[in-house]
Design a protein around this ligand. Structure first.
Ligand code: TRP
Length: 329
């Protein structure tokens, strides 16, 4: 039987965080045996906000390095850069014509981002979900592992695909969200009610994957908790501690129940140090590998060039079918 297909991606804007790792890439590693996986770097999506060109280029390569360092096997997964498969931009235009202004206006990410970047509310920011739909539909992906913040974009992708299929016959697989075993949304350390974000203004809020062990420890020590001094999972009333437990769980594989047991009777100081240590030891081998890979640009280029070739095989087939169905020569 043919393996089910999976597609996901990470934007190449800003520095990668612990949230990107535990919330996404780390979970993908588990999928590589069972599924035929395509993982891209969404560098075209990154253009919706202003970037320094040199930084954008470097960030793109850094994510490929991180994919590899985190354990994604390039033989088993197709790792590629979105802009290197032209079909994404082309299908995106076509799908724009099957997407309504009204549905795009309802996207919360658009609303948030246009509040943040009032000086640059560009059309790309508005049609961002259409490009994302193209990313997914080109590969006939069955599953899309994404965080809850991207669910709305997946919903619109399904709507666009269904609409198209209805008009022209079955063209696209309708993708489903893939939720990992543990919900692993990582929240900020200073504001545990909001997702850990690389664009946080308070740098203590976020652990960057490139942070040195000392800095990681310092940031965890400063993490916001509550006055109960009790390690207990309760995201409503104890968001800070619950987030630290979630992080500890991601780093060690222990369940939340096991963590409550392990830290019964111990205070937050001790707990925070243990969380920091667990994160540091989980990240260390990845950081070492990542640094080695960044020193080997030739190898990285080989990987993403091969990835783009492989991705194109499938993407071009889908695009050809789409064009034939709608009468585009
Ligand atoms: N928008 C996603 C994010 O910011 C990144 C992304 C782009 C993506 N294209 C995708 C994720 C396709 C899944 C599938 O996280």
């Amino acid at each position: 039987m043919e393996k089910k297909k999976v597609l996901s991606g990470v934007q190449s804007t800003g520095r990668l965080t612990l949230g990107n790792y535990f919330g996404a890439i780390n979970n993908w590693v588990e999928m590589q045996e069972e599924y035929d996986c395509y993982y891209m770097i969404a560098n075209l999506h990154s253009l919706t906000v202003r970037n320094d060109p040199e930084t954008l280029k470097n960030n793109t390569k850094k994510i490929i390095a991180l994919y590899l360092a985190a354990g994604l096997d390039p033989q088993k997964n197709t790792l590629f850069i979105q802009s290197q498969v032209k079909e994404h931009a082309e299908l995106s235009w076509i799908l724009n014509c099957y997407t309504y202004m009204g549905e795009l206006s309802r996207m919360t990410q658009f609303k948030d981002k246009s509040e943040k970047h009032t000086d640059n509310i560009n059309a790309g920011l508005f049609t961002y979900p259409v490009l994302m739909a193209a990313d997914i539909l080109l590969y006939q992906a069955d599953y899309v592992p994404v965080g809850v913040d991207q669910m709305q974009h997946l919903e619109i992708t399904r709507d666009i695909a269904e609409r198209f299929n209805k008009l022209y016959g079955k063209t696209f697989v309708i993708p489903e969200v893939y939720l990992g075993k543990v919900s692993s949304k990582i929240m900020g350390l200073q504001d545990p009610t909001a997702k850990m974000s690389k664009s946080a203004t308070n740098l203590n809020d976020v652990i960057f994957l490139e942070d040195e062990p000392d800095l990681i420890l310092k940031k965890f020590k400063k993490a916001v908790t509550d006055s109960e001094n009790k390690v207990q999972y309760n995201p409503e009333n104890k968001p800070g501690v619950s987030n630290l437990m979630q992080i500890y769980s991601s780093a060690t594989g222990s369940t939340l129940k096991e963590i409550e047991k392990e830290f019964e009777g111990s205070g937050y100081g001790d707990f925070k140090t243990k969380v920091a240590e667990a994160v540091i030891s989980k990240l260390e081998p990845i950081q070492n590998k990542y640094n080695d890979l960044l020193n080997n640009q030739g190898y990285l280029e080989e990987i993403y060039t091969r990835g783009a070739e492989k991705a194109r095989e499938l993407a071009s087939k889908t695009l050809k079918d789409v064009k034939e169905r709608i009468g585009i020569l």
